[in-house]
Write a protein that binds this ligand. Structure first.
Ligand code: ZN
Length: 340
């Protein structure tokens, strides 16, 4: 089937699980009640995707507070009690971040619960997202390794452990989120891709990397204003990604200033093309979605196109996110009828 659909990863959380319409939303309950609420929200996320005609579903990232820190919480060697201020993405914004203080080690499984719930309750293909090593080290302070690359590879080993466990849980696609890739282009080529490959080493399920220009939050939209009329960051890193064993690349295409001919650099890759804008509350029509798929197909073989959202939908309003999911499903169907 042409143009199967998926989502970048996250969906908004119900208001009884966490504060709505915000990143880093505090949980509304704790202990066993919170665990139950996460499980229920995961079921809703799956149902909503299935009803919208999404083919490769996710658990909606309902069980984690943030796409990076959801992973860090289960790692030994990190001091969360003494946060320090750090410039993130080349000082584009400041954040209070935890510090690495001793050798990193997984305390146990990170995402076993939600992976099991999701695998038990959907027969569709299941995609699971993890943060990439370069993005993790750009979001945490180092007081132990003394070397960015060394610390990135330490995280890559832990990511690999969890990714292999997710594969054993029945996950079909493991996707690493690396928004830092379009900020540190030189470093991507020096070691970023190698660290990513270490994280994906030995996986036999499908592997993907999601690179993007971020959620529709203010720090991101302000930054996008500075990038000029054409966003060509991908030009510097796509050739290296094309040579890597990572099989799929997820990037934003709808309302983005990325010249789509750059996709032609991703020879042999499955392209998860973002056809839904998550930085705008305007709901796409099926026609809008089909149009982006048509444009992408000028540079990527049709059989290698997956239709997805530009980025995660965590901070959006639920009703808008749901309407956008429906548009994604309907638009891919229309594209299949028209271009199949
Ligand atoms: Zn993204």
């Amino acid at each position: 089937m042409l143009f199967p659909t998926t989502i970048a990863g996250s969906l908004p959380k119900p208001e009884w699980l966490a504060e709505p319409n915000t990143l880093w939303a505090p949980w509304k309950s704790k202990g066993a009640e919170l665990a139950r609420a996460k499980r229920d929200a995961t079921l809703l996320a799956l149902k909503m995707q299935e009803d919208a005609g999404i083919d490769i579903v996710t658990e909606g990232e309902q069980a984690r507070q943030h796409f990076v820190h959801g992973f860090l919480e289960k790692i030994e060697g990190i001091d969360f009690a003494h946060k320090v201020e750090m410039g993130i993405r080349k000082d584009r914004y400041k954040a209070m971040v935890p510090q690495v203080v001793s050798p990193l080690r997984l305390k146990g499984r990170v995402h076993a619960d939600e992976a099991h719930v999701a695998r038990t309750h959907t027969a569709r293909k299941l995609k699971f997202t993890l943060p990439g090593p370069m993005t993790i080290i750009d979001t945490i302070a180092d007081k132990y390794y003394g070397d960015r690359v060394k610390m990135a590879f330490a995280f890559a080993e832990l990511l690999n452990e969890e990714a292999k466990a997710l594969q054993a849980d029945g996950v079909d696609v493991v996707q690493f989120d690396e928004p830092a890739f379009n900020v540190y282009m030189d470093e991507v080529n020096d070691w970023g891709i190698r660290a990513l490959e270490r994280a994906a080493e030995g996986l036999t399920c499908a592997t993907a990397v999601h690179i993007c220009y971020g959620y529709g939050i203010k720090a991101k939209t302000d930054w996008k204003q500075t990038l000029g009329s054409e966003w060509r960051q991908y030009e510097d890193i796509f050739p290296a990604i094309a040579k890597s064993p990572i099989q799929q690349v997820a990037i934003e295409c709808r309302n983005s200033r990325v010249p789509l001919d750059l996709l032609g650099l991703l020879t042999g890759k499955v392209v998860q093309a973002g056809v839904i804008d998550v930085a705008s509350d305007t709901v796409e029509t099926a026609e809008d979605v089909a149009k982006v798929i048509d444009e992408v197909s000028k540079f990527v073989p049709k059989s290698n196109i997956v239709a997805t959202t530009n980025c995660g939908m965590a901070p959006m309003h639920r009703d808008i996110a749901e309407a956008k999911l429906m548009a994604l499903g309907a638009g891919a169907k229309l594209a299949r009828e028209r271009f199949g």
